[in-house]
Design a protein around this ligand. Structure first.
Ligand SMILES: *C/C=C(C)/C=C/C=C(C)/C=C/C1=C(C)CCCC1(C)C
Length: 252
């Protein structure tokens, strides 16, 4: 009964700044979903799926933030399970965004498979290090980073980058560069947060922090999610808008 009440009514205390970010995360993900869905009507048909995927990413996150907020308020502990369930759904959707953007340039399913394989390795290893054997979180963090590196290689040096460069579409060429910058720089916030876990290499920076009230790891993840889900979606949106404008100019 208590659980139910807190989940429904909230129990946010004045000093709970991490709690604040769970609430703002929830609301902004929901608002972004509505934005992408409505704006879908303003782009040409071939871009509609990309905007739908952007909306699904933020919507899936909104639902998980709703639950994570509840766990945080009720227990004051990190909602690691919901976090990773969310990422397991949303990171592959981001890989699909890359695939859809590059499909007109000739992207093959092999590229998508490599991105997905990197994602799975990254997330499974991260989950083991964070939730199953936290005493070995350094080793699992390194294994997880290999998965991330597979993705970075593909989008900076691999087939994906070659396809983008040869696409002949200015909106795609420019937008793709911003997308991959999110995947390199924006995504780096996650491993930085992870390294603050007890026993990991950056834990010294947050030595005195009370993880049950002000978990720096959750703060990092919540900030990173807002940047990488809403920001990334907006980049896809601007590619779709620019490409639509270019197509209309050609027809006029
Ligand atoms: C919407 C959610 C996104 C974009 C989540 C991305 C998550 C990562 C890039 C996580 C990466 C990690 C490492 C590279 C090493 C340490 C463990 C992780 C899972 C935090």
């Amino acid at each position: 009964m208590d659980t139910f009440n807190i989940l429904l009514n909230g129990n946010l205390q004045a000093g709970d700044y991490i709690g604040f970010t769970f609430f703002t995360g929830y609301m902004s993900m929901l608002a972004a979903s509505i934005f992408f869905i409505v704006e879908r009507g303003t782009v040409t048909n071939k871009w509609k799926t990309s905007l739908l995927i952007s909306a699904l990413i933020t919507f899936i996150a909104a639902v998980h933030y709703y639950y994570m907020r509840g766990v945080w308020l009720e227990t004051g502990t990190s909602p690691t399970q919901f976090r990773y369930i969310d990422w397991t759904l949303t990171v592959p959707l981001m890989c699909i965004e890359y695939f859809l953007i590059l499909k007109p340039a000739g992207a093959k399913s092999g590229m998508l498979v490599r991105l997905l394989a990197g994602s799975i390795l990254m997330l499974v290893a991260g989950y083991i290090g964070e939730a199953i054997t936290p005493e070995h979180n350094v080793m699992w963090g390194i294994i997880s980073t290999v998965g991330w590196a597979v993705i970075i290689y593909e989008i900076y040096l691999g087939e994906a980058s070659k396809l983008a460069a040869s696409s002949g579409n200015v909106a795609v060429i420019e937008g793709y560069k911003v997308m991959r910058w999110f995947t390199l720089v924006g995504w780096a916030i996650y491993p930085i947060g992870y390294c603050m876990l007890p026993g990991n290499i950056l834990h010294g920076l947050v030595e005195g922090a009370d993880f049950t009230k002000n978990s720096p790891v959750d703060l990092a993840y919540n900030i990173a999610d807002a940047i990488n889900k809403i920001g990334f979606g907006l980049v896809v949106y601007s590619i779709a808008k620019n490409a639509t404008a270019a197509e209309e100019a050609k027809l006029a």
